[in-house]
Design a protein around this ligand. Structure first.
Ligand SMILES: [Mn+2]
Length: 267
């Protein structure tokens, strides 16, 4: 039971939709008309995938970086998790078109990134500062009894068995320069669908294992859009979908599929 906690909001998969992000944050009172933090002590966590599939991924990163500072100065908090698209962007940045062992498709990580919505503009504008921010992102956090992750996968368990261990292993993955290691990093971060068959809760099913291992009583994820993976019509995206016996909340509203960015209040 959390007493007098500051409001806690989450949003996922902005995917370069900078103007749409501004609008949902302004409508919730978290930013003013000029885009400056106005949320006082509120907390706002992003669940990754800032780039690709939309016009201004680097602009979204810049906005999240700026809001992080403004929120902290106001007594609030902006947190930002890592998504698979940031890993794919960094892989394209570091390895270009070098062949990836075991991949059939052409042009290596650069080609794979482009096929999954990578935008040349984002890669071209990626500075050392943006890259340093990306590689310092945590992959998961527990905030007020909510386990926040990007993807609906148990592949996080392959990184480690505590939040700190996972985040340290992800940082180590970014520091590696073995191309096979990066292919594995991309695979783990991009997996999906692990919680769909867990409607009857048990302590050892995929959801129970994640919550027992990392903490929290509800897992919140983005990555798998409500529009494509949860059967919500694009015009009817209004709130996250709770499933797996109420233990999981999916919040990727599919802004690049005709849906919208869902800013979801958890506390
Ligand atoms: Mn994703």
């Amino acid at each position: 039971m959390i007493v007098d906690a500051a409001p806690l909001f989450v949003a996922a998969d902005v995917h370069g939709h900078r103007a749409e992000l501004h609008d949902v944050l302004r409508d919730a009172g978290l930013v003013d008309a000029a885009g400056r933090w106005s949320g006082r002590d509120a907390r706002l966590w992003f669940l990754g995938d800032y780039v690709d599939r939309g016009p201004d991924g680097i602009g979204v990163i810049a906005d999240v970086q700026r809001l992080t500072g403004q929120a902290a100065a106001a007594g609030g908090e902006v947190g930002a998790l890592l998504g698979n698209h940031e890993v794919q962007l960094m892989a394209a940045h570091l390895f270009g078109t070098a062949p990836v062992p075991g991949w059939d498709e052409p042009d290596g990580f650069r080609g794979g990134w482009a096929r999954f919505g990578g935008r040349d503009d984002d890669l071209r504008r990626l500075t050392d500062t943006h890259a340093a921010w990306i590689v310092s992102r945590p992959a998961m956090a527990v905030v007020d009894d909510h386990l926040l992750v990007h993807s609906d996968t148990t592949a996080y368990l392959e990184f480690g068995e505590s939040v700190a261990a996972v985040n340290a292993a992800v940082a180590a993955s970014f520091a590696g320069r073995d191309i096979r290691g990066w292919a594995e990093f991309c695979r783990r971060m991009s997996a999906r669908g692990a919680f769909r068959d867990s409607e009857t809760a048990t302590p050892d099913d995929p959801v129970g294992t994640m919550l027992r291992t990392y903490g929290g009583s509800m897992l919140v994820h983005g990555h798998s859009t409500l529009t494509k993976y949860f059967g919500v019509a694009p015009g009817e995206v209004a709130e996250g979908v709770r499933y797996a016996g109420g233990r999981v909340l999916a919040i990727d509203g599919g802004v690049y599929e005709g849906g919208r960015i869902l800013l979801t209040r958890l506390v």
